[in-house]
Write a protein that binds this ligand. Structure first.
Ligand SMILES: Nc1ncnc2c1ncn2[C@@H]1O[C@H](COP(=O)(O)OP(=O)(O)OP(=O)(O)O)[C@@H](O)[C@H]1O
Length: 473
């Protein structure tokens, strides 16, 4: 049996299939792609203590001198028919998590179960049936499609790689898939460069759907697209889920997108899940301080509400995953941190039904470590959060902010700061002190590497320092 990569399908490369195919293919003709799906609500995927550390090596002998702790002990499940949104700042391990659960990466530790079966260490032959059930959509519709192949070749690649001939033939099936994702089936012989970004992402979706998967992991499926196109692609994913009974794990840094698509949401910070709950609870009563900070950075379209909203400015940079902080990884930036947070890692606990959070001092809930000693001023340096009341005159500057722009870096925010500052002059005075240097506005997309250099200073704003335990009204 020829190896796929070097055999009959040697012209296919990794970009031709949303899977790292290394296994030997078995010929199966005229396969019907109908599948028995688990009942809605049943656990489809169960992840327990998932870990991925990328080794850092040095010297000729490639001696390991450290590790990037990209994913460090994730536990969650995904139920059939639901959409689990995964959100967090750049570098927090979202993509690594996506690649681990689709088994494109080998985990360092933990287990992944799909339909009750442990798939963590399946060999390539054992993985083959799974490749039909679990597919991935990638962020960049430009680099994820092979520019030398026609759309027909790209979308039919999963059939070739699995040696499956769908009923009616490959071409007819590919054209049906193209039509289903809103592309013209006549464009079967066109090349990716002849399509727009949104159309290319539709090609990627058609390819992911070719084998009628049960679970689709979409890594930033719309973040490379214009806002108007984002909505179309999100709606397409919605329609496909309803029609085909798909289960999604959607990874994004944009809370607006995540809010629209998700049933439940997992918030990640530095390789860990810090909060996991349903969409309504997360947006209405977030419990983790980091979630609150992220939510406070989401643009509010209604100018009347925007003026009343508090914004939370976190100081400092996201720490390096090579040497994450002890205890709670968020403690270096958390305004509620006390001594216990520096030494004891908070477990992910269900503090309410269906609402898990990993925090010693949760918001919207009684304190789990009341009376714990406050951090010394110098220990807290850089970890204080400044909460500002957004100036009521700021909307003009913010009203241009779109869903896509919520992915802007702090640098872009900084460009807007002077405009905001001018408008702030007419805003109602607040009771606050001046924002300390280094206060960085938490933007969901802020790159961990960039955050420090692009820290936003908002001199005209008057921040209020909140005491631990103070909750937003
Ligand atoms: N192959 C690799 N080798 C070494 N380090 C890696 C590798 N892949 C990812 N990392 C590191 O792991 C950490 C998590 O990366 P990951 O891409 O999963 O984050 P992310 O949350 O998806 O970020 P983004 O939204 O920017 O893609 C980062 O510090 C990254 O540099």
């Amino acid at each position: 049996m020829p190896h796929v990569a070097g055999g009959a399908d040697a012209d296919l490369d990794r970009r031709d299939c949303a899977q790292a195919v290394k296994d030997q293919a078995v010929s199966e003709n005229n396969v019907t792609l109908q599948k028995q799906r688990p009942a809605a609500g049943e656990t489809l995927l169960k992840v327990t203590g998932l870990v991925k550390h990328f080794p850092i090596t040095k010297g000729l002998l490639r001696r390991q001198v450290g590790a990037v702790q990209a994913v460090d002990g994730l536990s969650f499940d995904v139920r059939s028919g639901e959409t689990l949104g995964v959100v967090g700042e750049s570098g927090c391990g979202k993509s690594t998590m996506g690649r681990l659960i689709t088994r494109l990466l080998e985990p360092t530790g933990g287990t992944v179960e799909f339909e009750g079966r442990d798939i963590t260490h399946l060999n390539v032959a054992g993985m083959r049936p799974l490749r039909r059930d679990v597919q991935m959509i990638f962020q960049d519709p430009y680099s994820s499609l092979n520019p030398r192949h026609t759309v027909g070749t790209i979308v039919s690649a999963p059939f070739k790689l699995q040696r499956i001939t769908p009923e009616g033939g490959v071409k007819a099936e590919v054209q049906r898939l193209l039509g289903r994702v809103g592309l013209n089936p006549e464009h079967y012989n066109r090349y990716p460069h002849e399509f727009s970004g949104g159309q290319r992402q539709r090609i990627g979706i058609a390819r992911a759907l070719a084998l009628n998967p049960k679970l689709v992991v979409a890594d930033e499926p719309v973040s490379a697209l214009d806002v108007s196109i984002q909505a179309q692609v999100v709606n397409l994913l919605d329609d496909l889920q309803e029609e085909l009974g798909l289960t999604y794990v959607i990874i994004a840094h944009d809370l607006s997108v995540i809010r629209h698509v998700s049933d439940r949401i997992a918030v990640m910070y530095l390789g860990k899940i810090v909060e996991l709950t349903d969409r309504k609870s997360l947006y209405e009563r977030p419990m983790h301080p980091y979630t609150r900070a992220l939510l406070s950075a989401v643009p509010v379209p209604d100018p009347r509400r925007r003026g009343k909203r508090d914004r939370i400015l976190l100081r400092g940079d996201v720490p390096s995953p090579i040497a994450p902080p002890s205890g709670c990884r968020f403690h270096t930036r958390c305004w509620k941190a006390t001594v216990v947070c520096t030494v004891e890692e908070p477990p992910l606990l269900a503090l309410k039904t269906g609402h898990q959070v990993a925090c010693h001092h949760p918001e919207n809930h009684e304190d789990l470590k009341p009376g714990d000693a406050a951090l010394a001023e110098d220990a807290a340096d850089g970890g204080k959060v400044v909460r500002t009341q957004a100036p009521s005159a700021a909307p003009a500057a913010e009203s241009t902010t779109t869903a896509a722009e919520s992915t802007t870096t702090a640098e872009k925010t900084a460009e807007k700061a002077p405009a905001k500052a001018a408008k702030t002059a007419t805003a109602e005075a607040t009771t606050a002190d001046k924002a300390p240097d280094g206060a960085a506005e938490v933007a969901p997309a802020t790159s961990s590497g960039e955050a420090a250099g692009k820290a936003t200073k908002e001199p005209a704003k008057k921040p209020v320092r909140k005491e631990p335990g103070a909750a937003e009204g």
